[in-house]
Design a protein around this ligand. Structure first.
Ligand SMILES: NC(=O)c1ccc[n+]([C@@H]2O[C@H](COP(=O)([O-])OP(=O)(O)OC[C@H]3O[C@@H](n4cnc5c(N)ncnc54)[C@H](OP(=O)(O)O)[C@@H]3O)[C@@H](O)[C@H]2O)c1
Length: 299
């Protein structure tokens, strides 16, 4: 059988998908392909204008909405402005290896954007999600560690370690969400994906000369955003078990066709996942409520 590509996407007519960070890179391709396959796609973008420009490159039903994951007020505003059920939420947006800075709510920016913003968004939307939550992590999660006494890096910031922690948090969140959905007998799945290495805008957000040289070199070996989006598209549309993690099948999971891949031991630590969940609820003020087969969240 030949490798799975976007041409193998099943029709998505009648389905609604929300994609965060849909104006660039993997999110843009994910949104574009799902819309092409017939889904109504909500492009959840930090910049409405960049979202509109991306939407202009797509065919099908696309709807641009402003969402800044680094501002919980914006997350709540986005959720309040959305109507109707959502089949799939794709938690894709991310920032990488930024200098130390804080979100509007005082969280370290990478954990705040990549994990806490998506945690709040998922919790607030959960009662309307009918099929699955897909969260985009990274091979970098393997370098991540949790320090619950200093989640926000107040005692010595390291921008790459902070990125790795945020991507580890994406997987701890996915597994804990899946455990809670299953315990509530909910018909919703939590799964994750990673793109391998893809040349996108992500490297452009890093700011030192070394980063730019590295980014330039890496672009020579990186795969296209089209290829990088395949694990997300696969995770969003294929019949996978909850807690599945999809990545490229090539050497080092850097490139290739989507397949189920493994994750680090740290990502599978249920005690750490519970602790992160409790901390995330306390920090964001978003409490997930799982009741029977239905799910709902309160803020
Ligand atoms: N590219 C890779 O090789 C690679 C490898 C492993 C994992 N990933 C993961 O893949 C995901 C997508 O990244 P990408 O490579 O496609 O990078 P990208 O082209 O830079 O896209 C990132 C997207 O996230 C958005 N974003 C950043 N901060 C945001 C915020 N506060 N609120 C809302 N949206 C925000 C960006 O919006 P703006 O355009 O406004 O900045 C952009 O649309 C990320 O989760 C990343 O960690 C990528």
């Amino acid at each position: 059988m030949s490798a799975w590509t976007a041409a193998d996407l099943p029709r998505q007519d009648g389905r609604t998908v929300v994609v965060t960070g849909a104006n660039s890179g993997i999110g843009l391709v994910t949104a574009r392909e799902l819309a092409r396959a017939g889904a109504r796609v909500v492009l959840a973008c930090r910049s409405f204008e960049r979202g509109r420009a991306a939407a202009a490159t797509m065919t099908g039903e696309v709807d641009v909405r402003a969402l800044d994951l680094a501002d919980l007020g914006s997350v709540r505003g986005f959720v309040d402005g959305l109507d109707g059920p959502i089949d799939v939420l794709v938690n894709n947006a991310g920032v990488m290896a930024l200098p130390y800075r804080l979100t509007a709510d005082g969280f370290e920016m990478q954990l705040g954007t990549n994990h806490l913003g998506h945690f709040a968004l998922t919790g607030l939307l959960l009662g309307r999600i009918t099929d699955r939550v897909v969260t985009v992590s990274s091979g970098f999660h393997r370098l991540g560690t949790m320090d619950f006494d200093d989640l926000m890096w107040e005692r010595g910031y390291h921008r790459w370690k902070a990125y790795a922690r945020s991507k580890l948090a994406n997987l701890l969140f996915t597994l804990e969400l899946q455990r809670r959905l299953a315990a509530a007998d909910a018909p919703v799945r939590a799964v994750a994906a990673h793109p391998g290495y893809a040349a996108t805008g992500l490297q452009a957000h890093t700011e030192t000369v070394q980063d730019r040289v590295m980014g330039l070199l890496n672009r020579v070996v990186a795969q296209s955003p089209e290829r990088g989006a395949l694990p997300t598209l696969y995770a969003a549309t294929q019949d996978l078990p909850g807690a599945a993690y999809v990545g490229p099948d090539g050497p080092g999971e850097m490139r290739g066709a989507p397949q189920l891949v493994g994750m680090s031991g740290a990502a599978q630590d249920p005690a750490a996942a519970r602790r992160l969940w409790d901390a995330s609820e306390a920090l964001t003020g978003v409490t997930f409520e799982f009741a029977g087969s239905g799910v709902a969240a309160s803020a």
